[in-house]
Ligand binder design. Sequence first.
Ligand SMILES: [Zn+2]
Length: 229
Amino acid sequence: MLWILISLFFCWLIYREIKQSMAEPKYDGFPPSPIYKPYLAILLVLAILSAWTPLHYWRFQRYLSSIATVLADSHPAKVHCNTALDSIFDREPTFSHANPNDGEIVFQPPLCERLMDYLDHPERAKPVELHSLNTLTHESMHVRGELNEAITECESVQRNYRTAKLLGVPDNIARRNALEYYYGAYMQLKEGGPNAARYFSEQCAPGKDLDEHLNDSTWFTPESNQSDL
Ligand SMILES: [Zn+2]
């Protein structure tokens, strides 16, 4: 919002410059000041640069919203990337969260930036970038209607391959990323830690109770195995 206001300020300076050049001659007979083109060009560049970041995020949020809606089986999802300022006024400032009632998904910074980084180089994704991929899937599962965190997380790890594919990641890399998250970050929850009890389940494994047997499951990997990682 701040950047939009700054951009609008530069637009107003442009408007003022043009308006002054078109004004009636002054009482003393002097013509109005002509447009100083370099000044106008600089203002135009500053206005565009100021608007670029918010427009970029606006487009990215719309893109993520469309992906999340597909993941949530057509339950409408609306993704918002919080700025640091937004987070201060957020009811849950430390965690990304979703509201199944209105489909709103809120990502805390720098999750959207990490997701952008992931999409820049999925073939060498870092653990934090894979976490951002899983968060998109996880919050979409809440919009789909699941509230239990362990079940939600299990639905998520089974769909991370689908999410990566929807984001345009090549098939073999999407599979590798999804398996890497499952055998890495998810399995680390088994060792304990503050989130283990809420998010981990022994039944979240191929062939066990929480296996949804999805056609495009992360686990549906007849040709792949741990050695692919
Ligand atoms: Zn959750």
